[in-house]
Design a protein around this ligand. Structure first.
Ligand code: SAM
Length: 298
């Protein structure tokens, strides 16, 4: 019968930190010992053969490249922040997406990186330092307590919201680094579904809060969960508010085949990745304010 269940070895992905080095220089350096390809969808993302271990490579330790998954990198690209914008990363630690935003903005403009947990805020600080970005302000506090009418947030044009989630789309060995222990999904735990419902309520609250900033043009909501309750249901529940504020759902990466579960009209705009795609389970929703913003396809 052969071994039908053996998992196909996955390629290794890395993101070039263009604040410190060009993608071409990294390709030239890595080509000396590895086969390197450019990813066909995510800019500055390189693909290496399965099993390539770069953890101690100087490019990694110097913060010139980040060992970040492909689906994770799609989130900041979907937000598409322009150099010079003021942007919030609402739930930021350990900061992979924060420093990706800084690279996409060429280090121009400003990023407010908010993180509730004190220890994780330190990890965030370390990631920011390693990236070389100098336009990131770390706020160790509760995003929900930021006053959307505070004049210092009046010019915020984009928010990346990647809140605590069950992590059900991520392989177990990477969870320690990515998620606080209290929010992890435990398949053996009978209370998993009640935990997911609690997370879902928190996610709805934070997404509604994010949409309420006055000058906002773009909001990305993402999770590394496969649960509908943390994904489509969260988006569906905020749609009346989003619509009343002039937002509509846009289509991040329109060429990508796997969209949201068909549980409401418009869910085809949403993006899902799945282990079947050779990726971790991620979810991305993009809200764009009609009268001031364009769509991700522009
Ligand atoms: N975006 C991060 C990255 O890619 O590196 C991962 C973010 S992780 C999924 C969610 C983070 O949100 C956790 O570090 C958690 O401590 C933080 N968090 C949870 N509730 C928060 C709140 N109310 N305000 C700010 N941060 C919060």
């Amino acid at each position: 019968l052969g071994n039908k269940t053996a998992a196909k070895p996955k390629p290794r992905f890395l993101r070039v930190n263009t604040l410190k080095i060009t993608t071409e220089s990294v390709i030239e350096e890595l080509n000396k010992i590895h086969m390197v390809d450019k990813d066909d969808m995510v800019p500055d993302m390189l693909v290496l053969p399965p099993g390539t271990d770069l953890h101690n490579h100087p490019l990694v330790t110097d913060g010139k490249v980040f060992l970040q998954g492909r689906a994770s990198c799609m989130v900041a690209v979907a937000l598409c922040p322009k150099p010079g914008w003021k942007v919030i990363d609402a739930c930021a630690a350990p900061g992979n997406k924060t420093v990706h935003l800084a690279a996409l903005m060429n280090g121009e403009g400003s990023i407010i990186a908010c993180e509730l947990n004190k220890e994780r805020a330190k990890t965030l600080q370390h990631t920011v330092r390693r990236s070389g970005a100098n336009n990131i302000q770390i706020v160790n506090g509760d995003f929900l307590e930021i006053d959307t009418n505070d004049p210092s947030y009046a010019e915020v044009r984009a928010i990346l919201l990647d809140p605590s989630c069950s992590g059900s789309g991520i392989s177990a060995e990477r969870l320690d680094y990515l998620l606080p222990s209290h929010s992890r999904d435990n398949q053996d735990d009978v209370s998993t579904s009640s935990r997911v419902m609690k997370l879902s309520a928190f996610q709805k609250k934070t997404l509604s809060h994010a949409l309420s900033f006055p000058s906002l043009e773009r909001v990305v909501y993402s999770t590394c969960s496969i649960h509908q309750a943390e994904n489509e249901d969260v988006v569906n529940s905020v749609l009346p508010l989003a619509t009343s504020l002039g937002f509509e759902l846009a289509t991040p990466f329109p060429q990508w085949h796997r969209r949201g579960l068909p549980v409401f009209q418009g869910s085809e705009h949403l993006l899902r990745t799945d282990p079947e795609d050779g990726l971790e389970g991620f979810f991305i929703a993009l809200f764009v304010r009609k009268e001031v913003g364009g769509t991700s396809e522009e």
